[in-house]
Design a protein around this ligand. Structure first.
Ligand code: GSH
Length: 234
């Protein structure tokens, strides 16, 4: 029922976790971002930002033509509302989940992504940049740890906020963080990691993942983009 355009990165895992949790039927369409699949015209039609994940729902609730959605946060909200799970309907519960979901989209994901970039992929090691993003990662881990001190999950009951945050925390070593410094976060992380749906989602990733590391050609595709690349697509 759902076509998922996917590559096994944290943003991709969020959606396979959701789909595995709910049992919605889906087909994975790999978007090899290191080879430039994100610039294919068919993909850009549903994801104009040339980023995965994106979905096509072939059986929308209104019975109309297929609906496409890009941006992992928008996809999670769309799917949660479609199935009526993992995003509360009451205004207080919904606001609480949405604030943490958007916190992930605007903070945790982008900052940890920059951490990965400057620590692992940048051709020169710039101490100021590495330090800035390792510190901001550390601060964000502290915020999450504090939230989880008073709550079993990120925003009350298990929700799309947990699914959005978890795949970023999986890479804590690469982000120069120690989970033992964040006991509530560590407790939550272990509980998330043990969920059968999360295990299945990461198994799916293995079916798709290319074994090679990031090639120089892939770095050129991923890290040199400007508005000119957007104009050149059409
Ligand atoms: N804000 C977007 C971020 C998506 C994103 O950055 N996807 C990356 C992989 S994790 C991608 O598709 N990169 C392709 C590129 O940089 O051209 C979301 O949450 O969906």
């Amino acid at each position: 029922m759902i076509d998922l355009h996917y590559w096994p990165t944290p943003n991709g895992h969020k959606i396979t976790i959701f789909l595995e949790e709910t049992g919605l039927t889906y087909t994975l369409h790999p978007v090899n971002i290191g080879k430039g699949d994100q610039f294919k015209p068919e993909f850009l039609k549903i994801s104009p930002n040339n980023r995965m994940p994106a979905i096509l729902d072939r059986a929308p609730a209104d019975g109309g033509p297929p609906i496409s959605v890009f941006e992992s946060g928008a996809i999670l909200v769309y799917l949660a509302e479609k199935v009526g799970h993992f995003l509360p309907a009451d205004p207080r519960g919904k606001a609480h989940v949405l604030e943490w979901l958007f916190w992930q989209m605007g903070g945790l994901g982008p900052m940890l992504g920059q951490n990965h970039h400057f620590a692992n992929y940048a051709p020169e090691k710039i101490p100021y940049a590495i330090d800035r993003y390792v510190r901001e990662t550390n601060r964000l881990y502290g915020v999450l740890d504090h939230a989880l001190a008073g709550s079993e999950f990120v925003a009350g009951a298990y929700s799309i906020a947990d699914m959005a945050c978890y795949p970023w925390i999986v890479l804590y070593e690469r982000q120069s963080q120690k989970l033992e410094d964040f006991p509530h976060l560590e407790r939550w992380f272990q509980a998330m990691r043990a969920r059968p749906a999360v295990i299945r989602a990461y198994e799916k990733a293995k079916e798709v993942r290319s074994s090679e590391g990031m090639s120089e050609a892939a770095k050129k595709i991923l890290f040199g983009q400007t508005a000119q690349s957007v104009r050149a697509r059409t």
